[in-house]
Write a protein that binds this ligand. Structure first.
Ligand code: 16G
Length: 256
């Protein structure tokens, strides 16, 4: 065993060849069923290397983006994220968007609860500082892959006055008769910080989209204020652009 280790070490560092063997195993679908890597002991026996070497190999693969470490859950094979084209003109929910694409939406709740609004929330929702709001911060996943972080704030009265047990916020709003019918959205490119990068399982400093959404009821009341970070490698926001009626008439006139 040691002989094998020594001869390999002469050419490339052992941890690098271990990393390459792990990559071959992953490419061959070895861990495809669970996606989570076996424990250190099992892996070091399987690859016939010391745990120290294994740890270095795994750290290298995490840096390369082949593996991802989820705190408290283990080390996982990074699956290719689904790629989603999202029209900017339709007011749909994340759950609906994913379902339409044959993907399964799920969420990891980061924070939820009711309290008084911050000055920003009270301004964006056009409510008084004494009106209770429901806050829901979630990591949104498609087929288990993190796609976005969404922090939604909704006046509690639009949810029937009680905190909902939600899988879909829009389904809960629909249930209480207050589903938004219109929204204003502002998109901005950002460089992702460490905390968000860890949740989205992308490298710190990656580009992302920061989105502000204010959604309205038919009567103009504001029902939702959401701030999100979307991974830029998984989402294309697509907008259809049309000429104004007068410009169209002018260009048709010119063509005649
Ligand atoms: C979308 C909306 C978000 C809304 C959520 C509801 C964008 C940028 N954001 O992700 O504002 O809160 O859908 O989804 O499109 P849910 O009904 O699945 O909870």
């Amino acid at each position: 065993m040691e002989g094998r280790r020594a001869s390999r070490a002469e050419r490339t560092p052992l941890f690098e060849s271990v990393g390459e063997s792990l990559k071959r195993e992953i490419a061959g679908g070895r861990f495809a069923s669970a996606d989570v890597l076996p424990g250190e002991r099992e892996l070091s026996e399987m690859l016939d290397v010391s745990r120290t070497t294994l740890r270095r190999a795994i750290a290298g693969l995490i840096d390369e983006g082949v593996l991802v470490h989820r705190h408290g859950a283990g080390t996982f094979v990074r699956r290719n994220p689904p790629h989603v084209e999202q029209p900017l003109s339709r007011l749909t929910s994340f759950t609906e968007d994913m379902r339409l694409r044959g993907l399964t939406a799920s969420s990891r709740v980061i924070e939820r609860g009711s309290s008084l609004p911050t000055p920003e929330e009270s301004m964006m929702l056009d409510i008084s500082l004494s009106e209770t709001v429901f806050r829901l911060a979630r990591l949104r996943l498609a087929d288990g892959v993190p796609m976005a972080i969404e922090r939604a704030t909704v006046p509690l009265r639009f949810l029937g006055g009680t905190e909902p047990v939600v899988e879909s916020l829009y389904a809960a709003l629909e249930g209480s008769g207050f589903r938004p019918v219109r929204a204003l959205q502002r998109l901005r490119a950002v460089v992702i910080g460490a905390a968000e990068a860890a949740l989205l399982e992308i490298a710190e400093g990656s580009p992302a989209l920061h989105i502000h959404r204010v959604a309205f009821l038919g009567d103009g009341r504001r029902v939702e204020f959401t701030r999100s970070f979307y991974r830029s490698d998984t989402y294309d926001f697509v907008a259809e652009l049309t000429l104004s009626a007068s410009a169209r008439a002018r260009s048709e006139g010119a063509a005649r």
